[in-house]
Write a protein that binds this ligand. Structure first.
Ligand code: DAH
Length: 336
């Protein structure tokens, strides 16, 4: 009887020792030795058949073998569990998980393109505050106190003297106050107007302002610069035209149109069948601004322009609703 116990022990050791067992083999060993019909379970059941005088010794050895088997199996199970958590199951045949890469907002993309075209022509990039003094937003760009542009309808007033800038033109005044000519700069930035959002209006949008001041700057310089900009931005076959207009900070003033980039002048819905699209306001810097900047009026002349970035982006990407640019709808943004 005791020999039988020794045999169970040596059988177990030869099966369990020094072998790398997986979970299936482990479960089989468990069943074979300590399961319901396992060898040790059966040997325990036989205890009652053992002669009384041999019972203590049989019981002692049975316990030893049982403990040995249980401890070994537990140790193997532990080792397997450790191994599993260190090397989780990886299915190398699964398709790769899709990654979402961010990219620049279409307004930023358009602005970067505008900037790079003007940088190529020697323009620097200036900056100015969005919360602006009434003085720079209006006064120093020759919008007098009773001018309709100051109306509560259009302007967000922060206080009597402070506004959210309604255009980037105040950066002209700030730059001229800070620097002496020659000046050749653009200034991109966000502007604010008291408007209810719809397809063509937003209470905030972006503009790019341009200013060139030097000795002997003429309207011809301006026309050539803008034609070069339009060719680089929209294509060399796109024409430019200048229409008389009015801005307080320029004299004379002009509206710049380009031939329609969709129908090339034939007439379509985008250009309202005129063949032309308006892209910016512009003109020769009104000498009154030189007074504010304390420039010598007889010595210097300059041109200036301002355009809406959203408007340009709408033409470039054929977008028909201004609100899309600020709604952050991924279905829209992912198309760029
Ligand atoms: N500030 C004008 C606006 O907000 C745009 C503009 C027109 C800027 C003519 C200029 C300019 O510099 O010369 O509509």
């Amino acid at each position: 009887m005791i020999q039988e116990l020794e045999k169970i022990k040596s059988d177990f050791l030869s099966e369990a020792d020094g072998k790398s067992l997986d979970r299936v083999a482990l479960d089989q060993l468990h069943a074979k030795y300590i399961g319901r019909n396992g060898a040790i379970t059966q040997a325990t059941a036989r205890l009652k058949e053992i002669p009384k005088d041999q019972k203590p010794q049989y019981g002692k050895i049975l316990n030893e073998v049982k403990t040995l088997v249980e401890e070994r199996l537990a140790a193997i199970r532990n080792a397997l569990t450790l191994h599993d958590s260190a090397t989780p199951d990886i299915d190398l045949t699964l398709p790769e998980r899709r990654r979402f890469y961010g990219h620049l907002h279409p307004i930023t993309q358009t602005l970067e393109e505008i900037k790079s075209v003007f940088a190529g022509m020697g323009f620097t990039v200036e900056d100015g505050p969005e919360v602006e003094l009434d003085y720079y937003n209006f006064e120093a760009v020759n919008i007098p106190k009773d001018h309709p542009a100051r109306d509560m309808q259009d302007t967000f007033f922060v206080s009597d003297k402070v506004v959210l800038r309604t255009h980037t033109t105040p950066v002209q005044a700030r730059t001229m106050q800070r620097k002496k000519p020659p000046i050749r700069m653009i200034c991109p930035g966000r502007v604010y107007r008291k408007d209810t959002p719809d397809a063509t209006h937003m209470p905030f949008f972006h503009q790019v302002e341009g200013l060139v001041v030097d000795e002997g700057v003429t309207f011809a310089d301006f026309k050539a610069t803008i034609a070069a900009f339009v060719h680089r931005m929209f294509g060399s076959d796109i024409g430019t035209r200048f229409r008389p207009s009015y801005f307080s900070f320029t004299e004379p003033s002009a509206e710049v149109d380009i031939s329609c980039i969709f129908c090339h002048g034939k007439g379509c819905r985008t250009c309202k069948h005129s063949g032309w699209i308006e892209i910016m306001g512009s003109g020769m810097v009104n000498p009154i601004l030189f007074d504010y900047a304390q420039y010598e009026k007889d010595r210097y002349s300059g041109y200036a322009f301002g355009m809406g970035i959203e408007r340009i982006a709408m033409f470039m990407y054929n977008v028909n609703d201004l609100r899309l640019f600020s709604e952050n709808d991924l279905r829209f943004l992912e198309q760029f």
